[in-house]
Design a protein around this ligand. Structure first.
Ligand code: NI
Length: 180
């Protein structure tokens, strides 16, 4: 079991576009396992490799709060193949401390990916899982949910965040909510 450090905005590594996984090795299996440990410990319902400083297209998700561990998704090189509808969801992120905002996303998505053993997976999702899939795939493209809110809101948050980093404020304990 390994719990990795989760990078926090404005760490520049969160802005990098992650590279596809080309060789599925024991290292990939280990990364997925460490990311799951890190996600559950946070706690969160989704985590993308760039959030732990690994620039690879790897995502883990478990959006079923009631039965943790039963609906685990391990996605390598995920791609959205279809998106439709619209939903506004209040998002939070393990890499964006002390902030949530309403974000507009597709309401339903279809995603194609591989698991860590290079088996193809197809997912059809709506609700929280659809939102979480889009949020995590954004991480792979160097995007955070705050890149999808108004510039004014983003700048207010950035200013507050930089000020508290400068003052050395410890982030207060995260309130209980869904972190993706
Ligand atoms: Ni996130």
């Amino acid at each position: 079991m390994a719990i990795l450090e989760i990078l926090k905005y404005p760490d520049p590594r969160l802005k990098k576009v992650a590279l596809p996984v080309r060789d599925f090795s024991a290292k990939t299996v280990q990364l997925v396992s460490d990311m799951l440990d890190t996600m559950y410990a946070a706690p969160g319902v989704g985590l993308a490799a760039p959030q732990v400083g690994v620039s690879q297209r790897v995502v883990v998700l478990d959006t079923d709060h009631e039965n943790p561990g039963k609906q685990v998704l391990k996605l390598i090189n995920p791609v959205i193949t279809h998106a439709e509808g619209e939903v506004i969801w209040e998002e939070g992120c393990l890499s964006v401390v002390e902030f949530t905002a309403d974000v507009k996303r597709a309401a339903q998505v279809q995603v194609k990916a591989f698991d860590e053993h290079e088996r193809e997976i197809k997912i059809e999702a709506d609700g929280l899982l659809a939102v979480a899939l889009q949020h995590e795939i954004d991480h792979l493209d160097g995007k955070l949910f705050i890149d999808r809110i108004s510039r004014l809101k983003r700048e207010l948050y950035t200013r507050k965040r930089i000020k508290s980093l400068r003052n050395g404020d410890e982030p207060s304990h995260e309130p209980a909510r869904v972190m993706i």
